[in-house]
Design a binder for this molecule. Structure first.
Ligand code: HEM
Length: 490
């Protein structure tokens, strides 16, 4: 079939293998941004014929992923991740069609903007427990953050209360999310079997079939991860001793409980867990990092909170409108940190033409959020952490273009369905930490500040490895206020 125009430009591929050697598992977004500078905001590479297209400007992501969403809403039908590793029915992997539409309907039911206030008491109580854990045992802040992120989803989705940082479901979830992002999806997530599906029929003793053994082991864990928390929620509901949750609410309506409905529910519930863990942890780590590197921003935000909230109570959702600097700080955390720098790939469902370039059906499309949030014309001094940039009044069209929410939650018909929940949970988390804790660089044995060593080794999320950080309560008085808030709930 004749191509309607040239492919978008990109680095020169080698015969047959294409650009395999140009792709890296570590911080692929930096490589993609280098290509954008060299070749423009639409770049094409291929791995043994599988096209990957990187969109690196607000115009390109909006024109294609948003405005032409009807043909850019699919997800890659990856044989390795989907069929062999058991992820094909998880929301972030489902092909665009009936299943994905049914799953997204359930998600909207659970996390639509009007439903979120009903989660506020739970979010507040989880946040206060998290602050308590940070105050009691600050050096293990990463483990507490993991427990907070996972615990919040386990309770809202399954009605399950995680009792320790080593909780069985938290550990299983952590293992599976790690398998997903660092093993299955590493380096763009394309395996030879995705290019040559016939390889899936290789017997396990054949040379080159070790991927099948790996996939079988990973699938076994994934299946447990999907089934076990769901079975807990079902059994609890049956016993009558359960906490209301997304699963219990939907399962209570027995008329709906067809096998198809339960299947959708089970996978949708699991998807919320997988999708919320590393994203939430990543955003919180970016916040901590920004605060310890920029004490002047921390002081300014704390001053605003003290003047609006005072020091005799903890922040509440109703304070938000009176805390513009804290909102600007949150925007800058999203923009500066970039939790999912290449978003998650979409699959192009039909041949397309854009600015005279031919975009072939089946290409995987990456929104390069890293490049957009580092664009100096949109964000002067883009690598600096400057919440003030969001206090400046600008035209609504420019404000939308500069709003990190236009990018960091993904695009078009696959945009993150957890965004409304995150808007509340991350805001109260950050504001309560600012109100209660001082954050600074840890000190060595001689009292000298230790510069945080920041390294990113996760292939999908820009999750920093654990860095040194000093967290301590702002005062004895604020600890009393925290105790009072906890006591008033019990
Ligand atoms: C700060 C936290 C979060 C960030 C930065 C984030 C970001 C993202 C991004 C970039 C995507 C890919 C969108 C695309 O393919 O275009 C995504 C998908 C998704 N997110 Fe989130 N997310 C966060 C939290 C959550 C939470 C709390 C939930 C659920 C409770 C959630 C549920 C999902 C689901 C189910 C998908 C797959 C959607 C689909 O493919 O149709 N996320 N998220």
């Amino acid at each position: 079939k004749a191509q309607a125009g040239p492919l978008p430009p990109g680095p020169t591929p080698v015969p047959i293998l294409g650009n395999v050697r140009d792709l890296t598992a570590k911080e692929l977004w930096l490589v993609a941004t280098k290509w954008a500078k060299e070749f423009g905001d639409v770049v094409h590479v291929h791995i043994v014929g599988q096209g990957l297209i990187f969109l690196s400007s607000p115009e390109a992501t909006s024109d294609l992923l948003d405005k032409r969403g009807a043909i850019y809403g699919d997800k890659p039908g990856l044989v390795m991740a989907g069929e062999l590793c058991g992820c094909e029915n998880m929301v972030a992997f489902t092909r665009y069609g009936d299943v994905s539409k049914r799953q997204r309907r359930l998600l909207t039911q659970a996390f639509g903007v009007q439903v979120i206030p009903s989660y506020h008491p739970l979010i507040e109580s989880q946040t206060h427990s998290f602050i308590r854990a940070l105050v009691t045992d600050p050096s293990n802040y990463m483990e507490h953050t993991r427990r907070y992120a996972g615990g919040m989803t386990l309770s809202t989705v399954y009605g399950y209360e995680a009792t320790s940082n080593n909780d069985k479901f938290l550990s299983l979830g952590e293992e599976c999310v790690d398998i997903l992002s660092n093993k299955i999806a590493s380096g763009g997530g394309i395996w030879p079997v995705d290019i040559f599906p016939v390889l899936k029929h290789l017997p396990t003793w054949a040379p080159g079939s070790s991927f099948k053994t790996k996939a079988a082991a990973w699938k076994a864990r994934m299946d447990e991860f999907v089934d076990q928390p769901y079975n807990f929620a079902k059994a609890a509901l049956k016993s009558g001793n359960y906490k209301p949750s997304f699963c219990s609410t939907l399962l209570e309506d027995e008329k709906k409980s067809t096998p198809q409905f339960e299947f959708d529910l089970k996978y949708t519930a699991n998807s919320m867990y997988s999708a919320s863990m590393d994203t939430t942890i990543t955003v919180f780590c970016h916040f901590l990092l920004a605060m310890l590197l920029h004490p002047e921003v921390l002081a300014k935000a704390q001053k605003e909170i003290d003047s609006v909230v005072g020091t005799d109570r903890l922040p509440m959702f109703s304070d938000r409108a009176s805390l513009p600097y804290v909102d600007a700080l949150l925007n800058e955390v999203y923009r500066w940190g970039v939790p999912v720098p290449l978003s998650l790939p979409h699959r192009l469902m039909e041949d397309d033409v854009y600015r005279g370039m031919f975009l072939p059906k089946g290409s995987l499309i990456f929104g390069n959020v890293w490049a957009i949030t580092r664009d100096e014309t949109l964000f002067p001094n883009a690598s600096a952490f400057l919440p003030e940039r969001y206090l400046e009044k600008v035209e609504p069209a420019l404000a939308k273009k500069r709003d990190p929410r236009s990018y960091v939650f993904g695009f078009g018909r696959r945009r993150c369905p957890g965004v409304n929940l995150v808007e509340s949970s991350v805001w109260i988390l950050m504001t309560t930490v600012l109100a209660t804790l001082d954050i600074s660089k840890a000190k060595d044995e001689f009292g000298n500040p230790i510069e945080p060593k920041v390294d990113f080794n996760n292939a999908v999320f820009r999750l920093p490895d654990r860095f040194e950080c000093d967290l301590r309560p702002r005062s004895e008085h604020i600890l009393k206020v925290l105790r009072q808030a906890e006591a008033s709930r019990s």
